[in-house]
Design a protein around this ligand. Structure first.
Ligand code: ADP
Length: 557
């Protein structure tokens, strides 16, 4: 992989074979299309040789067989919106990028057992709309990323959402997978049509579903997904911590609430800079346009927008009695350290109306801001938080990627990769204790400052024992110096993470080389499996650091 895209071409023979299977409309080889699908927000670059859009499992099998015969790499994506981690970039030039967005059928919804069977192209927006418009009393868990993201793509990346069903891979059950040799397997069941394929996660024998996630051992063409029964009652909550000295108490309280099951949401805690990136862009502020914000500027912006040093959000779900009880337990545990506000479905229309009025009338606005003790812009995010926590996705929070963008951010068609935004995700996961979190975050913050960047960190509770400390390096991709510094910062963060005996919960192309540095035996094991399942080395070679071992001679098929 290089920093500059080079020209790569697919042979006419391969292009013709692909067109014969998929139709010419579903095979792209024009320079404009190749540019478009070789664009990402990270400062690394490769260039694909073709983009294909299969419309069925049979077509996926055919493409894999063509690629295998010609020994050309295929990089699958469901929707290809994996911004900040690599989007649709392959490691090397010359790959076929496969996008599964045409396979977007919802094949089954079982309301009684609360699961569905979907194809890879099903988006959060589509799935949520389908369930609601057909009257199913089931909720899908979404992320605060793109509403056009793939439900399955995120689960295959082992992404995390918002509700008690936010462990997306944890809620997949029963996969259909095309193997690199073109064989089709139904993982999790011993035969097709097995009644428990989508209800009993572990199947029988070795548990194999995991090897098709964060890997390159097959292409998933169908999956069962468990859904959340619509609860009788639901509240979202926002919790503002204005005095940072209280943070250790807050972490202790949240850990206790999560371990005892009072809170089973995927709690989000964001620092002030994360809020800032959602509310504004650097070009809109009268502050120096280079380097990190000074403490004084940060303080002034906090006051301007009514942002707390840390803000938290989550949901509580259950019967009316359960939600009432959870509210009082949360109040008791959290109120001493910050301001806790609950939003119910009943309150939501009222909040939305107040926001609308306040935008139209400066006096209302002033009064609302005084009463809410924050800015109208911050208040405006509450309805989006409330909706996301019940599976209704939005592009609202994707705005953060445009913080360093030199132009006003788009209102529609939000696509940071195509727009040329600079964003690298770094996603270490930590034990959820104060001893682990704060000293580590201090070292990271120092590295951000030293390299000239503001410190962006969101803590996402993966489970009561582990917290993801998701950091974003947001940079101006049109500024070569800033782009170079973003890479140096990323390298320093990786080194610092390893020194602290930590690893990422999910990794982008920018760190696959590093993933198994401290575990060569694991790398060899992955390599052995890769060699066995993908002898011609065609599915995303090198993805998640998994490549054939040099000494394992490939078999010739
Ligand atoms: P999203 O658009 O929701 O962000 P992507 O479609 O970009 O998700 O998928 C994220 C990553 O997950 C891809 O880069 C790829 O590595 C992997 N992936 C996604 N879908 C599949 C699939 N159907 N089979 C195998 N791997 C997949």
């Amino acid at each position: 992989m290089d920093n500059s895209a080079t020209q790569a071409n697919i042979s006419e023979e391969i292009a013709n074979e692909l067109c014969a299977v998929l139709g010419t409309d579903n095979v792209c080889t024009s320079p404009e299309d190749l540019d478009r699908y070789s664009r990402c927000t990270i400062p690394w670059q490769s260039r694909c040789a073709a983009v294909v859009f299969p419309g069925s499992t049979d077509e996926v099998v055919s493409v894999v067989r063509i690629a295998s015969r010609h020994r050309i790499a295929v990089w699958p994506s469901s929707k290809g919106r994996n911004w900040g981690y690599g989007t649709t970039l392959a490691i090397e030039d010359g790959a076929i990028v496969m996008i599964l967005e045409r396979m977007n059928r919802i094949l089954e919804v079982n309301e009684e057992l609360a699961y569905a069977v979907i194809e890879p192209g099903v988006t959060y927006e589509q799935f949520n709309a389908y369930l609601r418009s057909n009257g199913f009393k089931l909720w899908v868990d979404c992320t605060d990323g793109s509403a056009q993201g793939s439900v399955m793509g995120n689960a295959i990346e082992r992404g995390v959402g918002e509700t008690p069903y936010g462990d997306h891979f944890g809620n997949l059950c029963g996969l259909e997978v095309v193997l690199p040799d073109g064989d089709l397997v139904h993982v999790g069941g011993t035969r097709k049509g097995l009644k428990t394929w989508h209800t009993h996660k572990w199947g029988v024998g070795p548990y194999l579903e995991g090897i098709f996630t964060q890997s390159n051992l097959g292409i998933v063409t169908q999956a069962g997904i468990w859904l959340m029964p619509k609860p009788e009652s639901y509240n979202s909550f926002v919790y503002e911590v204005r005095d940072e000295r209280h943070l250790p108490k807050v972490v202790d309280a949240f850990r206790h609430l999560a371990l005892t099951g009072v809170v089973n949401t995927k709690l989000h805690m964001i620092n002030d800079f994360v809020s800032m990136t959602i509310l504004t862009q650097r070009i809109n502020e009268k502050v120096p346009q280079e380097g990190p914000l000074t403490d004084a500027d940060l303080d002034a912006l906090r006051r301007k927008y009514g942002i707390s040093p840390w803000s938290c959000a989550g949901g509580i779900y259950g019967t009316r009695e359960q939600v009432k009880l959870q509210r009082s337990l949360l109040r008791k545990a959290l109120s001493p350290y910050g301001r806790l506000i609950f939003v119910s479905n009943g309150l939501l229309p009222y909040i939305e109306r107040v926001i609308n009025w306040s935008w139209k009338n400066p006096i209302y606005r002033k009064l609302t801001e005084i009463a809410a003790r924050t800015s109208l812009l911050v208040l405006e995010s509450a309805p989006y938080v409330h909706k996301i926590l019940q599976g209704i996705p939005t592009e609202f929070f994707v705005k953060h990627a445009y913080y360093r963008y030199r132009h006003p951010r788009p209102q529609n068609d939000v696509h940071p990769a195509h727009d040329g935004c600079g964003l690298i995700w770094f996603a270490p996961i930590l034990p959820f204790t104060n001893d682990n979190i704060w000293p580590y975050l201090d070292t990271c913050k120092k590295l951000f400052t030293e390299h000239g960047f503001d410190f962006y960190v969101a803590m996402l509770l993966m489970n009561p024992r582990s917290v993801i400390c998701l950091m974003a390096i947001i940079f101006d991709k049109d500024d070569p110096d800033e782009t170079t510094r973003s890479k140096h910062l990323y390298a320093s963060l990786l080194a610092n993470m390893r020194e602290n005996h930590l690893q990422q919960y999910r990794a982008g192309l920018q760190s696959w080389d590093d993933l198994f540095k401290d575990a060569p035996e694991l790398k060899r094991l992955n390599g052995k499996i890769k060699t066995a399942l993908d002898p011609n080395n065609i599915i995303a070679p090198g993805h998640y650091g998994i490549s054939q071992n040099e000494n394992d001679a490939p078999l010739d098929h």
